[in-house]
Design a protein around this ligand. Structure first.
Ligand SMILES: Cc1cc2nc3c(=O)[nH]c(=O)nc-3n(C[C@H](O)[C@H](O)[C@H](O)COP(=O)(O)OP(=O)(O)OC[C@H]3O[C@@H](n4cnc5c(N)ncnc54)[C@H](O)[C@@H]3O)c2cc1C
Ligand code: FES
Length: 253
């Protein structure tokens, strides 16, 4: 068993309230990550869940269910387990466009913080739910979209994408709700540049290391944890992406 398969027990050194439903947990250990890689977070007594790194020593979490709600109760000095880093991460070349919606900004944030993103389209339902907007404005050309128009463009990130010439970019890195990513994939396919798209998928995971099969997205057994979580558009266009998820039993939902 290699080192990343063993959980490192880390101590939370800081908790940052990003939005009413999103918090960043900074811990006392730096992991050697590539942007877009994730870890399995062991929440003592509750569950182990996948989370992208939002920094070499941090995760940024949206409260959606049992494990994330339990994480939200933790404070400075509390301990969690981190297994990883896992997955391929983004592999950008040339001129890079990043598109992040909601909590999907997390894996893209490390890419932008490393100076690798030329243009960043950031979306959320309202201004209050935008994550990392100030930090991103310092490191990239930031364009903001909110569904309710409370900040930036009034509408979806795809509305801003339609105003740009996507063919000017060599790599288009994307993470967000699957229907948002589908809207972007459709636009890249229409321009014949879907292979330039790199999509980071959020799927149900149990093991995180390619053994259990719970994160498969096609009949060939393509696994989000081991073969992804980042896939190019030409790969996922023929997969279960944007059609259905699988739950804990493996059944399609
Ligand atoms: C590679 C990867 C990176 C991720 N990075 C982040 C991140 O940086 N920040 C973050 O907040 N979340 C991230 N997620 C999603 C996170 O793993 C889930 O939100 C978490 O597992 C939910 O656990 P829970 O017990 O709180 O909710 P549950 O009780 O398990 O579920 C609550 C609701 O969330 C849905 N859900 C559960 N798991 C997922 C999932 N994996 N993807 C989509 N919907 C899900 C369920 O269908 C249900 O509707 C990532 C997922 C993956 C696979
Ligand atoms: S989570 Fe077990 S194979 Fe991917």
């Amino acid at each position: 068993m290699t080192e990343e398969h063993m959980p490192a027990v880390v101590t939370i050194t800081k908790v940052i309230d990003e939005t009413p439903t999103i918090k960043t947990f900074v811990f006392d250990e730096l992991f050697n990550i590539r942007p877009g890689q994730f870890c399995m977070v062991w929440v003592p007594g509750v569950d182990e869940i996948p989370m992208a790194f939002s920094a070499a020593n941090a995760i940024t979490v949206m409260k959606v269910g049992d494990a994330t709600a339990a994480l939200f109760t933790l404070k400075e000095g509390d301990k969690i387990g981190i297994r990883g880093p896992f997955g391929n991460g983004f592999f950008p070349t040339g001129k890079v466009l990043a598109i992040g919606g909601g909590i999907g900004v997390t894996p893209l944030f490390t890419l932008a913080a490393g100076g690798e993103v030329d243009t960043f389209i950031l979306g959320a339902r309202t201004a209050e739910e935008l994550v990392f907007a100030d930090e991103l404005a310092n490191v990239t050309d930031l364009k903001i979209a909110t569904d309710d128009g409370t900040r930036g463009y009034h509408g979806f990130v795809t509305g801003i994408l339609d105003q740009l010439d996507a063919t000017e970019y060599d790599t288009i890195c994307v993470c967000g709700p699957e229907m948002m990513m589908k809207g972007i994939l459709d636009r890249l396919i229409a321009r014949g540049i879907e292979s330039r798209g790199q999509f980071s998928l959020h799927r149900y995971m149990k093991c995180g290391v390619g053994v259990c099969g719970s994160c498969c997205i096609d009949h060939e057994g393509l696994r989000v944890c081991r073969d992804g979580p980042v896939f190019t558009g030409d790969i996922i266009r023929n997969s279960e992406f944007a059609h259905h998820h699988r739950g804990p039993s493996g059944r399609k939902e």
